[in-house]
Design a protein. Structure first.
Lengths: 292, 266
């Protein structure tokens, strides 16, 4: 069994109109090497499901987003994701499902457990229910009779994740402090592709290290070795986010032809050129972990 | 009193913010932003040692971590609190967060999503984030660095992201008894929603600020709390703790112009 493949293989498996979930959180541990491959591809009309960071902005800028299912879009240190903001303010994102962060993971959980919905109080009495008329409520069948939102399963055609370590069987490790919700994305998806800083032949770990495995390999369709594949987002414990790149990316959103210039400079040439234009692997390896 | 203590408005607001958590016992205190975080840290170090706090990433700490670059400071962890566990904490109600919404209305409803028309907003912001779930499940307080009618809007907030006390927003069978809005700390005053029918009240005015000025800069009617007073000044001991918690003086950039705590009356 060998699940190794390339980013091009992953994107080759994508189809127009698919619902794609992106792991990570904001500017943290996003599968950016795969995102850049999507940007180079003709794939379009995607439903993007994410705790949004630059992948949301970039896919919006490239006109690949038909629908966005999200709780936020941010670069943290730059609070407002520049291209998400631009697309929203231009009225370009016609289909939006804006959800509470907790409802979002609840929907992924429902999908992973093959349930049609899970009940929650979150979202009631806010515009989340008003703006998402597809959300329905359910009354508790017990004596309390409480009315709750029936958060529908957020089923994904594909989940795209980035982790620190994988092996060719599809075992994965997240060595940073927070696994975020990658495991729920993996469970919610029909196919799950994972890029990793390092892909080993076979993981043979001690008990403490094995606890960094957050989902089972049977959920993983393919693994891609993509060193610095989360850049410009962070990939703790390996490297931090690249603030100077984020600043440049954010500035481009305010410039005439800025997105095309960004694509020409950073996306079009492929991963090796990308790393070179960001100062080379030696610099990337030294990007400091953010301090919160 | 002979020892006159000088302090900035930011420091006054940090002390006012710390009061939000008084009496909360063992809950997760989340202060989002420089002043709320310093307020929560100060609360834990002074009157509310039972509070739980994190390193703002994924670990619990018993000693609040100073803001900014840490130098030789090594955090010591007492537990683990990744985002997934934060949701479990939120849904269980054992948390009190202080957040800075873009808009707040007379019903205590808050907005973090966008300003203007939802389909084509004048300003797209973060998105609702965790506000719907936080606001309906646990205690929340607000921090507003620039008190104005742009924040405290006349009508309803443009996108209701956090729940409030507007009866029409709640349908039969929905539980609104698990939510609570504690206080609102602004650069002018401290407010709450403890007036009749949960109306907004001014509890204390910062030095040099009049009730009239606060009302003029608020889009909805305010009432004065019966014991309306001046916001307490920081003590020398509190200021020493604040300096320790904020060695890089990030608080100096939290309020525009970093004004002194005692401003001449307008």
């Amino acid at each position: 069994m060998d699940k190794r493949m390339t980013t091009a293989d992953v994107v080759g498996a994508l189809r127009d109109g698919m619902t794609i979930g992106f792991g990570g959180w904001g500017p943290r541990r996003k599968p950016m090497a795969i995102v850049r491959e999507i940007l180079r591809s003709p794939v379009k009309d995607l439903t993007v499901v994410a705790y949004g960071g630059p992948e949301v902005g970039m896919l919006c800028a490239a006109g690949k987003v038909r629908k966005l299912v999200f709780g936020f879009a941010t670069l943290d240190a730059i609070p407002l994701e520049p291209y998400y903001r631009k697309a929203r303010e231009a009225g370009e994102l016609k289909e939006l499902m804006e959800l509470d962060e907790g409802m979002f993971q609840w929907g992924l959980r429902a999908a992973g457990m093959r349930l049609p919905f899970l009940p929650t109080r979150c979202g009631l009495a806010t515009d989340v229910v008003k703006l998402n008329p597809e959300l329905r409520t359910i009354r508790s069948p017990y004596d309390d009779g409480e009315v709750l939102i029936a958060m529908p399963a957020l089923k994904l055609d594909v989940a795209l994740l980035h982790v620190n370590v994988a092996d060719r069987l599809g075992n994965t490790l997240v060595t940073g402090p927070d696994p975020y919700f990658d495991h729920l994305f993996a469970r919610a998806a029909d196919q799950c592709y994972v890029s990793a800083e390092r892909v080993e032949e076979r993981l043979q770990l001690d008990a403490a290290a094995a606890r960094s495995n957050t989902f089972e390999r049977y959920l993983v369709t393919g693994v891609v070795e993509a060193p610095f594949g989360a850049h410009p987002t962070s990939c703790p414990s390996d490297y931090g986010w690249d603030m100077s790149h984020f600043k440049r990316y954010a500035a481009s959103a305010g410039e005439e032809g800025g997105w095309q210039a960004y694509v020409d400079e950073f996306v079009a040439g492929g991963e090796a050129a990308y790393q070179e234009r960001n100062g080379g692997t030696e610099r990337l390896a030294k990007l400091p972990l953010p301090v919160f | 009193m002979t020892d006159k203590v000088e302090f900035t408005l930011a420091e006054l607001m940090i002390v006012a913010a710390s009061e939000a958590w008084r009496g909360d016992g063992e809950v997760l205190a989340s202060g989002l932003g420089v002043i709320p975080r310093l307020g929560a840290s100060l609360a834990k170090l002074t009157h509310s040692e039972g509070l739980l706090m994190t390193d703002s990433e994924a670990f619990l700490v018993e000693e609040p971590i100073p803001l900014g670059p840490r130098g030789d400071y090594q955090p010591r962890y007492s537990g683990y609190m990744p985002f997934e566990r934060v949701f479990e904490c939120v849904w269980g109600g054992r948390r009190h967060a202080m957040v800075g919404p873009t808009q707040v209305d007379r019903w205590g409803q808050s907005n973090l999503s966008c300003v203007g028309d939802y389909a084509k907003p004048k300003s797209a912001m973060l998105g609702v984030r965790g506000l719907p779930g936080n606001s309906i499940n646990h205690i929340n307080s607000f921090f507003v660095p620039a008190h104005s009618k742009r924040v405290f809007v006349e009508g309803e907030v443009d996108m209701v992201s956090g729940v409030g006390f507007k009866p029409e927003r709640w349908n039969e069978g929905e539980r609104n008894d698990l939510m609570e809005i504690r206080i609102v700390v602004t650069d002018l005053c401290v407010m709450d929603f403890d007036g009749p029918s949960r109306a907004a009240r001014v509890r204390s005015l910062h030095p040099g600020v009049s009730f009239g000025e606060v009302q003029e800069k608020t889009g909805f009617p305010l009432i004065a709390a019966p014991d309306l007073r001046e916001t307490p000044h920081p003590t020398a001991a509190q200021l020493a703790l604040i300096r320790r918690l904020d060695p890089h003086e990030l608080r100096a950039t939290a309020i525009k112009g970093n004004p002194p705590g005692i401003r001449p009356a307008a």
